[in-house]
Design a protein around this ligand. Sequence first.
Ligand SMILES: *Cc1c(COP(=O)(O)O)cnc(C)c1O
Length: 422
Amino acid sequence: MDFDTLAIHGGYRSDDTHSSSVPVHRTSAYHFDDTNHAADLFALKQLGNIYTRLMNPTQNVLETRMAALEGGVASVALSSGTAAIHYSVLNICRQGDEIVSANNLYGGTYTMFDSILPDYGIRTTFVDINNAEEIESAIHEKTRLIFAEVIGNPVLDMANIGMLSKIAKKHSLPLVIDSTLTPPCIFKPIEHGANVVIHSLSKWIGGHGTAIGGIAIDGGNFDWSNEKFKNFNEPDSSYHGLRYAKDLGDLTPLCFALRMRLVPLRNLGSCISPDNAWLFLQGIETLSLRMERHNENALKVAKHLENHDQVSWVRYPGLEKDPSHQNAVSQLKNGFGGMVVFGIKGGSEQGAAFIDRLKLFCHLANVGDAKSLAIHPASTTHSQLDEKQQRAGGITPDLIRLSIGIESIEDIIADIDLALSQ
Ligand SMILES: *Cc1c(COP(=O)(O)O)cnc(C)c1O
């Protein structure tokens, strides 16, 4: 079925109650038929519901639908996008292993890689993700994965997933892609060779700023039987010595997702709530309709800002002059996403003042809401850094970040113009 059909029907038709819409299963645990049934579930001889930290029928619909929409084989929904990134790394890496990552990451991910994971023995080398030579020279025998965002922070530079996939394949490494800024109606990283796709569901997929959640989608297209991936090849003593890449038979292509559920999710516990899983399913039903409007509005805002005399620069992958435009045109379908960043003349002080003058835009630290959102990173999210550190991270004092909503474009532009004119 096509994307728009899967978005409505994927993973669910009806259940024992004949409910036409997906029910919210607010239960912590599930009855066993008898002691044999319980024993079989615990021994993985039979797959089924045990406890909602591990799996839940509402969550299962979300996972099936997202895997279908991304062209993956299975997925694991989690309590946040951050948890999905963390567990993807833990599923692959052990102490002493290393990551090669893009340097233009979402702030929380950068902190995880740069200052949290090293304390647990997992180090990251940050690279310019469009520089193939730099990536190749950062890879060595301890590297276990390549990580990038499709559209990076803060200036919306685009990665070339096909190019990254070639490098990853050459070195037998999985390519893990955070595709939060490019929902599957505009880009499917697995089609370009990615092996694991991550979304913060909290953004465009939920789409209304009402819930936090994340998901990791398994492309089923990576050979985990290479011995360097110890997690997949050494016996798991908590499952009778199971070797995930070797003993799962027909389920082997799902071994990344299965292990994520059975090891990090089961034992570290960042499960999604059934209510939030349901909210994300609601969001998915209108995802491609909403993205059409986000894309259209964002392009109009970017073009408007490009010609505004109070604006010194604009970055949006949909602008012909944008350094990422070629990369964007060759990869994205149906539009360029909802984020626009620009530089305001006058620098930091005018940046903060612009935000204060906005009336329609919400001033907050989020993206991917139906509402238009704005933030001035230099005076908020990155204000603890000095100007030199900010610049090193691409946060110039004049940078304004907009997440363009689906309101009337006339009202959005009028709000920007009023704030700029004052
Ligand atoms: C928001 C975001 C995250 C983190 O997701 P949470 O759901 O907030 O934990 C990761 N990556 C990107 C690109 C994001 O925008």
